[in-house]
Write a protein that binds this ligand. Sequence first.
Ligand code: ADP
Length: 665
Amino acid sequence: MSDYKFLQGGGEMGELIRSIDWSNTPIGAVDSWPTELKIATGIMLSTPFPMYIAWGKEYIQLYNDGYRPILGSTKHPQAMGISTRETFAEIWHIIGSMFDGVMKGNAVGFSNFMFPLDRNGYVEECFFDFSYSPISDEDGNIGGVLVTVIETTEKVKGLKELQQTKHDLEDAKAETEGQRDQLKRFFMEAPAAICVNNGSDMVFELINPLYQQFFPERQLLGKPVLEALPEIKGPVYDILRGVYDNDQTFEGNELLIPIARYDGGPLEDRYFNFIYQPRHSANGNVDGVLVFAFEVTEMVNAKKELEKEKDKFKLAILAAELGTFDMDMEKGTMEWDKRCRTLFGIGHQDTVTYEKDFLEGLHPDDKERVSKVIERVFNKSESNGFYDVEYRTVGVEDQRVRWLRAKGQAYFDDQDKPYRFIGSVLEITEQKEGELRKNDFIAMVSHELKTPLTSLNGYIQLLQVKAKKNEDTYASGALIKVNQQVKKMTGMINGFLNVSQIEEGKISLNKSDFLLNDLVRETVENFKFISASHEITYQQNEPLYIYADYDRIEQVILNLLSNAVKYSPKGMHIVIECQFNNGMTQVSVKDEGMGIKSADVSKIFERFYRVDSNHTKAIAGFGIGLYLCAEIIRLHDGKIWVESESGKGSTFYFNLPKSKRELLA
Ligand code: ADP
């Protein structure tokens, strides 16, 4: 067969064609092939372009090496020499009519035409540029179809991918823009001041409103940082430059930046907390600086002010020679400053404790009293946690006895548990010694006066008897007045003696169980006998037993009644009442007199304190009555207080623990 010139060459397909016995095919033996088929086959085998012949009514196929890949892995080699209808059954509905048209002389051509070919074991979309043209003899009789074809599947797919990529790119761009918008919104609405400085000149590229507020009247946007804010040249600019040049984040804390609010304006010392952070381009190089800043000028100034105040406070404490203490009950620690340690005669700097240093440092005669006061401070029963007490310390190292006045305040949590106790101590040794000397003197004078007073009393009584006998009414009347004055004087002197006894701790209580109601009733009756100027009512409630010194409690009630009389106009009403209140027996004396101003209320129980007003000046007194009452009640573990409104009257209260006898009853 290789004898035929037109069948020579043609590579693999040429060989295949030659190997076929064409006489067994509808085309028939090669010898019988019409000239135009031979010519077409010859052209086909000699061209590297994909070419294919579909011959005769059956469209028997011949194809060249160039065409062979179009047949994939399943259609070749059996396609050679068989009908197109058979080989391309899956697309015959498309190409069949085209072939038929060609046979009638209608050539067709398409580019990127899609055929769903099953050529590799599965159906795939394949694209081709192709033309179907008739192969005709000299007379124009058409014997077959010449197909020239170039597969464009890869090209089309590439194009599609390109389009997809373009699409993806557009989507990504839209998303990036969305994100950029979001980021911008975040920047703009962020609660921190933010700006972006772009490029090596650090041009203000973005400024959020809070950043702009630092410089409300300055145009920053679009300007290099040094042009926009020339005053930052120096350390601040050097930091910014360093962040850009060395690719290193910088965090500034309360940094002073003298800066103007408007262009050319005065520089103000302003403080900022800020972060300078390098910004990177896609290739990783620094291309700008992000700035996050908070202005903290007010806070820094307030802190400075506080420091100044603290210094002043320290100086004041130093100047006043106050010692300070701070007890933290939660941590179980106690802090004493140097002065406080000195006042307890402690030279070391080791930690101090309540038990070992405070209680042990107290004078043995004061220890019990002071620890009781502190107990009351901590359970809030002492002036709502306020602490004001005088005591002696015995220096641990120097053995010196010092008088101190300590004032402090306990702080309580929601459950009324104390968690902190702070205060100060002041040395009052000199003042105290002066007072003691004064007390000694008063005690001595009072004592000395008592003897002549006693004999004066005796003589008055003698004279009264004599005057009565002589029916000397004038002398009798005068002697009654003298007697009253002597009684007053005796009362006063006894008062002074009581004060000094109390101060020296010499008062001893003579306690017994009795009915408080009886005591109050008897005292009121006796009092009414002496003073008839006011209307006194006793309101009797349930029986109240107390374990107390009868005479001392009587003294307290008398004192409160005589004050109620002294400080309210004649004819006014005074009400005395006993009742049980808050687990204690309570007595109250209510008057409708001048009342007490709130500023004086906390002081009237102090020794020698008298309210300073024209009104009170006209009333005789030394300011020791309430002090004595308070001391007597304190010795009984009770409390004394007053509720009063200036001009509307006062109610004095005291309470005492109820007796065990009543508890047993
Ligand atoms: P004295 O009455 O001798 O001055 P007190 O210690 O008894 O001393 O009282 C102290 C001060 O308290 C009095 O000077 C007076 O100003 C005020 N005071 C006491 N009781 C009353 C009262 N019932 N009404 C108004 N003021 C009072």
